[in-house]
Each structure stands twice: as C-alpha cells, then as structure tokens.
Design a binder for this molecule. Structure first.
Ligand SMILES: C[S@@+](CC[C@H](N)C(=O)[O-])C[C@H]1O[C@@H](n2cnc3c(N)ncnc32)[C@H](O)[C@@H]1O
Length: 259
C-alpha cells in the first residue's frame, strides 16, 4: 500500500530529532518541509530526494506532490517542525490521502512548548500549584471556539501555553486577567526554543508585553503563563516520598498513626 510519512523533527536543535525521523529524512525520495522553523542542517539530511518548501505551496499543491509520489511507490516525507499533531494541519491531508487509498504514518517529534519549558528549566505541573496544562492559541484570523476564549480557560488557573500568539500578547494578558489570573502571575516567552539564537524572557502578566516588544519578538515564540514559572511555594512529589508505597517500592519510613 502507498504511504506518506508525517514526521516531526523537533523544535530546531538538530540533536532533538528522533532516530526514526532522521532515518526517514535520509532515505526520503520526496521531502516536503515546513520552511521557516526547520533548520537547513535537518533538510540537508535528505541527500538524494527532491525537496519542496511547503511555505511556498498551497494545500492542493502539497497534496498533489504527496499523493502522486506515494502512488509511484516513492518514500514520501512531509516534514513538520516540532510535533506534526500540534497546529500541524495534517488531518486534512491524512483524510484526503485516505480517500485515494494512501496510508498515513505519523512520527512524533519534540514540540516547541516542551522545548520552551526545558529552556525555562521548570516543571509545568507542580504539586500544590497545578496539575493541568492548557495548550491553545489566541484568536485573530484563525477563529477559536467561543467556549475556549482565553478568559474562560483562564478560570482554571492552570499552566497556559500559547502557540502562534506572541504578536497578540496584550490580548492574552487582558483576557487572562479577566479570567482570574493576577497581574503578578509569572509569564514567560521563549523565542526559537533550542535554536542558537533562542531568547528567554520572563516577568509577570504586568510587564511581559513591554519586555517582548523591547526585544521586537513578533513570531516563532511560545508564551507560557502560570505560577509554575516562578512558584512562591509548592509541594514535594508523593511518588518519591519515603513514607509512600507504590507498585515498585515499599515505603522506607512507616508513619505511626496515633489514636
Ligand atoms: C504552525 S505552529 C507549529 C507548531 C509545531 N508543530 C510544534 O509542535 O512546535 C508554529 C508555532 O509554533 C511555535 N514554535 C515552533 N517552533 C518554535 C520554537 N523553536 N520556539 C518557540 N516557538 C516555536 C510558535 O508559536 C510558532 O508560531
């Protein structure tokens, strides 16, 4: 059966690519890649194949390239930055390929919000702070369902992650505060996480916009808000607590319960 591989190549650092992704790129007869956020060193791993920058193509042109080459039995790779399943527009292609009897295989990659969290050297879920991460985007030309308005999602006071939205930071801040975050809530913006020119800006909802504008960052960045960025306090994990038993280890210290 003809196949198309939708492959994630990670956030930018060529060493954050999976072995599976690297092998597929090296062997590809056709590589259609998302230009601006994939380093040339990764694109160049494809030595013999034909390469097309998807940024210059429309949906139908991409589909044509993928389906015609797959039907010829070529090894076809549609290469995405980060992970293909996050804001990757793959479902429409997968469904159209399926109608033509072409199988799709998705290879995951390190998505940019995880590379951003790593750059911040933080933990996005912290006991006593939040156990939830909300991944979303701000609305502009692409609409977001009404019940997913930032002010609605912000009511959870969880860690919030925004893709494709750094240019809309004033609106994010406004809506987050309407939803219940304080002006003093920690906020961070990571520009080109894991690239050599990566920039990390941290502050609060009250001052992050000014910091981002000073650096003239308008794209290729992840916005994260929430106390986990700079927690005033948090609880240690139960998993490694000496009084806690679980399937793989018995408690090392027994707690005496007084009657
Ligand atoms: C179309 S989305 C694709 C996301 C991608 N599939 C992923 O998993 O990271 C593009 C957005 O991802 C974010 N992004 C991608 N690479 C990034 C990086 N290295 N550092 C920060 N943000 C990045 C930015 O918000 C950018 O506007």
């Amino acid at each position: 059966m003809s196949k198309v591989y939708f492959v994630g190549c990670g956030p930018g650092d060529p060493e954050l690519i999976t072995i599976k992704a690297k092998k597929l790129i090296q062997k590809a007869d056709l590589l259609v890649y998302s230009g601006s956020l994939i380093p040339t060193s990764i694109v160049k791993l494809c030595k013999k194949g034909k390469k097309h920058d998807a940024a210059k193509l429309v949906r139908e042109e991409i589909f044509d390239l993928l389906s015609k080459n797959a039907k010829k039995g070529k090894l076809v790779v549609r290469l995405h930055d980060g992970d293909p399943t996050i804001f990757g527009a793959i479902k429409e292609q997968i469904d159209n390929l399926d109608k033509e009897g072409i199988e799709s295989v998705v290879i995951p990659g390190v998505t940019s919000f995880l590379a951003s969290a790593a750059a911040l050297c933080t933990q996005l879920t912290l006991p006593g702070v939040t156990q939830t991460i909300i991944v979303t985007r701000a609305e502009k030309r692409t609409k977001v369902p009404k019940h997913e308005r930032i002010s609605e999602l912000a009511k959870h006071n969880a860690t919030m992650v925004f893709y494709l939205s750094v240019h809309l930071l004033p609106e994010i801040v406004k809506q987050a505060i309407v939803g219940g975050y304080k002006k003093s809530t920690p906020a961070a913006v990571v520009y080109r996480a894991s690239w050599e020119d990566q920039k990390i800006l941290t502050g609060t909802l009250g001052d992050i916009t000014k910091k981002v504008w000073t650096e003239k960052i308008t794209r290729s960045a992840i916005v994260i808000i929430g106390d986990v960025i700079k927690p005033k306090s948090y609880e240690y994990s139960r998993l490694y607590d000496k009084t806690f038993s679980h399937g793989f280890r018995k408690a090392k210290v027994k707690i005496k319960i007084k009657n």
